[in-house]
Design a protein around this ligand. Structure first.
Ligand code: SF4
Length: 431
């Protein structure tokens, strides 16, 4: 592995952290691979199935990462590439066709099948896009077969969702040539959160609202030049690029975390639809107040507490903005795997001037900085959280923030609770 020294990029700070210096690190990283996204994606698209074409390691990762979260028969599995396949003694494509045929016979409820590439399938150069095209021809119109890669080399775990949604974009129907503007919310959200947003948009007078991913394979939203889209998650760079190549326009906004982020996010749509300031206030005032009241409860335990983010989910900047501005937490360092300046422009502008930002990772150096700073709370992946706990540093697993419904006004209190709980738990243990 090549280690490249950290390179601070010096520019003059402007508004918030818009032009703040960012410590760029390209060393050893501690992250999960993109397969992990299947754990929440398989619950979102209710008639889809994710077939990982990988090794026993991939199967074990999924089993241990998803084990605690499976409530019904899972809609994912691993087709294990055996040694005979690796040695070229068997035709992997034939094997794959057999596995898919058995699967679709047993699970007639499947309408969309994702073949998910892994490190082993990439190593043997298995062309899953050709396999998906071949199988689609065979099983359409009943089952659509798509593919994407969840391989762990040079990725971070939320990129799995980005790759999955990006694979869906070419499948979206074209909008009608005379279509009126429609709103597309992009990024997997819990159904309860989607329902809340639909109600708010309807009250604002924005009726044609769709979601990507849709809950069912046959409800894919149309896309085209009349589509305005709002990102609900900050890790969807490739999906956004593909939507724009189909003519859609992104509405620039902060992410819908906390009362302030949710208001800014809704405001972006309201502005695009020329909703009056009075209507906007009428619709958002009550839920915004509920969110602010819910946050009040967490102010005392969180105000002034020092928090350090290791780069993991790509949610770090919006979370840091929420915690610093709505709960007065102090940001020691905000690390993110990738800093997409365009998609995060509104978040950067809202971060306190002087926030220490880092992009990428050199894990040992970052651990040294963290240990030296002795923050009150660290947000990190599972691999780092447990050793830090053993050193007496309180932690929050970043992956939990992706599984939990945290977006929107009604979830603002729950989001604060996720940060208050580890602090509270340690205080109670001390008694
Ligand atoms: S990093 Fe590669 S080999 Fe490991 S679980 Fe992920 S895809 Fe499989």
């Amino acid at each position: 592995m090549t280690l490249i020294a950290s390179q601070p990029v010096q520019t003059m700070p402007a508004e918030g952290c818009t032009d703040a210096p960012v410590l760029r690190e390209r060393g050893q990283r501690e992250v999960f691979c993109g397969l992990t996204g299947i754990i929440w994606m398989h619950r979102k698209i209710q008639d889809a199935f994710f077939l990982i074409v990988g090794s026993r390691t991939c199967a074990h990762l999924m089993q241990s990462a998803a084990g605690v979260m499976i409530f019904a028969e899972p809609r994912f599995a691993t087709a294990v590439i055996e040694e005979r396949d690796l040695a070229g003694m068997a035709d992997v494509n034939d094997e794959l066709d057999r596995v898919v045929s058995r699967l679709l016979e047993r699970r007639p409820d499947i309408r969309m099948l994702f073949l998910v590439g892994s490190c082993p399938s990439e190593v043997i150069k298995l062309d899953l896009s050709r396999a998906a095209a071949r199988l689609s021809t065979q099983y359409m119109p009943g089952v659509r077969v798509l593919n994407y890669s969840g391989s762990g080399i040079e990725t971070t775990f939320t990129e799995g969702e980005d790759a999955c949604l990006a694979a869906l974009v070419p499948e979206l129907p074209a909008e009608h040539a005379t279509a009126a503007p429609s709103l597309l919310v992009v990024g997997a959200l819990a159904d309860v959160v989607e329902d809340q947003f639909i109600r708010l948009f309807t009250q604002l007078g924005i009726d044609d609202v769709r979601f990507l991913p849709s809950r069912r394979a046959d409800e894919l939203p149309p896309v085209g030049p009349a589509t305005r889209y709002l990102l609900a998650q900050p890790f969807l760079a490739e999906t956004a690029r593909k939507l724009e190549s189909r003519g859609a326009t992104r509405l620039a906004a902060p992410f819908p975390l906390g009362a302030e982020g949710t208001t800014g996010w809704l405001q972006a749509a309201a502005t695009a639809w020329n909703v009056s300031a009075e209507t906007f206030e009428q619709v958002t005032a009550a839920p915004r107040k509920r969110a602010q009241q819910a946050l009040e409860h967490y102010r005392a335990p969180l105000t002034g507490k020092r928090i350090f983010f290791f780069p993991d989910s790509q949610l770090e900047l919006p979370l840091a903005r929420f915690l610093s501005r709505e709960l007065d937490m102090t940001l020691v360092e905000v690390g993110t795997p990738y800093l997409h300046r365009q998609h995060l422009a509104e978040e950067l502008a809202l971060l306190p001037t002087g926030t220490a930002l880092s992009e990428g990772q050199d894990v040992d150096r970052q651990l040294d900085r963290c240990r030296e700073a002795r923050p009150d709370l660290v947000v990190a992946g599972l691999g780092l959280a447990n050793p830090l706990e053993a050193e007496g540093i309180r932690t929050k697993w970043s992956i939990e923030l992706v599984f939990t419904p945290i977006q929107g006004y009604e979830q603002a209190g729950d989001l604060a609770e996720l940060f208050a709980r580890p602090l509270n738990r340690r205080d109670r243990l001390k008694v």
